[in-house]
Design a protein around this ligand. Structure first.
Ligand code: TRP
Length: 453
């Protein structure tokens, strides 16, 4: 790639785009879903530890690779280590982006259904109080959810092709803070429900006996998923950073904002879950069956609900754009096609695969792979295997192939910003992250217990 890549216009633009890519359904939908199926507060604790001690160093490392090489995910490794197999990290990332997008679009589609149901007035009011049944009827339908998946892929496609992402970026300047405010309002409403204390204890009082290998792996997967790590997404974004983007500050800001949103989502969901007698381990539907109960308890429920689901759809859109863009940019640079053609191929394939994920909530429910539905299996494969694995390989790559001085110069903008914890960062990136991720994998496979004895 040429060196005259466009760069993000402003400081705020950098942060917004990166936050937009990170904050999405991962924090608001997947985090409560994972926490609920993994026993509560113990999961939160491990997730936060992973975010700080693995997420941050991996993010900085991806930023380094992206801006230093100024190239896409595959190209960056090729450029930094020509003629080696390291570019496979990039291919892994592109495949992960494609797979994630296919099921992410299904859940994004659900948000559109909830916008629609709110608008039609069929979500609230007499006779509609059973939100669990309502969701299940919808999700197990053979056509409706697929229609919304198509709509969402279409929306993403339109943005990626027409390059209106600048407009989206500007819009998210208003929408992100607004989403934040609504989350706060919902938290207040939720913690003042009867029996809210039980939900808060579930969320914040860790029961360490719940820490199984699969809880730890899930927390690792969630940390990677929600920070958009291990997929080259941040490598691609960082390749558009300018020379004086402060990457350390950006990494901190993205991590803090994202974790904060996830914790808020937890405070919004769990008191309500216990108050309304919902099962915390309900799975992927948890947020969708819980929230309408809370909206119903607010004055002007219609309005809150409408605004909330629109904003959530927008937050999802800024994430699907980033995923789509990674695959499209690779296809067009690698196979020399037009942007339009590359985007079409990606969109159609994503939609077809998404259809299978969507059907796995209904007609294909019985079709399981190792006990997981197709949707769950894709989520497992990407979040819990592909992302941590490629994060680990990226750290090993930078740890072994990049000169410390080069690394430091890039991360401090040639010495113009300080990096007091540089030695600690290098230690975590080079040793702690690869070893810790390796241990989590071995542990989940049961190999660790076997090795130790
Ligand atoms: N992080 C986003 C979210 O939480 C989803 C996402 C966007 C993502 N780009 C990614 C996840 C790259 C993994 C890798 O909703």
């Amino acid at each position: 790639m040429a060196d005259n890549r466009v760069t993000f216009g402003s400081k705020l633009g950098v942060i917004l785009a990166t936050v937009g890519c990170a904050v999405g359904l991962g924090s608001v939908w997947r985090f409560p879903y994972m926490l609920g199926t993994n026993g509560g507060a113990a999961f939160l604790l491990v997730y936060i530890l992973f975010t700080i001690f693995l997420g941050l160093p991996v993010m900085l490392t991806e930023f380094f690779v992206g801006r230093h090489s100024r190239s896409n995910t595959v190209g960056s490794f090729r450029k930094l280590a020509p003629g080696t197999c390291w570019s496979w990290i990039g291919y892994n990332g592109i495949l992960a982006a494609f797979l994630i997008l296919s099921y992410y679009a299904v859940v994004s589609g659900w948000t559109l259904e909830y916008v629609w149901q709110t608008l039609r007035g069929s979500l609230y009011g007499p006779g509609h109080a059973d939100y669990t049944a309502g969701f299940q009827t919808f999700a197990s339908d053979a056509f409706r959810p697929i229609f919304w998946t198509a709509a969402f892929v279409g929306l993403t496609h339109f943005v990626v092709v027409s390059g209106v992402d600048k407009g989206i970026e500007r819009a998210s300047k208003i929408m992100m803070p607004l989403l934040f405010i609504i989350l706060l309002v919902m938290c207040v409403r939720s913690v003042t429900l009867p029996d809210a204390g039980e939900g808060l204890r579930y969320l914040f009082q860790p029961d360490l006996s719940k820490l199984t290998s699969s809880v730890v792996l899930s927390a690792l997967g969630q940390a990677f998923f929600t920070l958009s790590l291990g997929m080259g997404c941040l490598i691609t974004y960082a390749s558009y950073f300018s020379k004086d983007t402060d990457m350390q500050a950006t990494a901190w800001q993205v991590t803090v904002i994202n974790t904060f949103v996830a914790v808020l989502a937890g405070i919004m969901i769990f008191p309500a879950v216990f108050s309304f007698g919902i099962t915390p381990s309900a799975g992927a539907e948890l947020v969708f069956i819980t929230l309408p109960n809370v909206f119903e308890q607010l004055p002007l429920s219609f309005l809150w609900s409408l605004i909330f689901y629109i904003l959530l759809a927008m937050a999802a859109l800024t994430s699907t754009i980033s995923l789509h863009e990674v695959v499209t940019a690779y296809a067009l640079e690698e196979f020399h096609m037009t942007r339009r053609k590359a985007a079409w191929i990606v969109s159609v394939s994503v939609f077809l695969l998404g259809t299978v994920s969507s059907l796995s909530f209904g007609p294909l429910k019985e079709f399981t792979i190792g006990g997981l539905t197709f949707f769950e299996a894709l989520d497992y494969l990407t979040a819990k295997i592909m992302l941590p694995l490629s994060g680990m390989m990226t750290c090993i790559f930078v740890g072994t192939h990049i000169d410390r001085a080069v690394l430091k110069a890039e991360l401090t903008n040639e010495g113009s910003v300080r990096f007091r914890l540089f030695a600690i960062y290098v230690f975590f990136m080079k040793y702690v992250a690869p070893v810790a991720i390796g241990i989590v994998f071995l542990n989940e496979l049961g190999l660790l217990a076997w090795l130790i004895g």
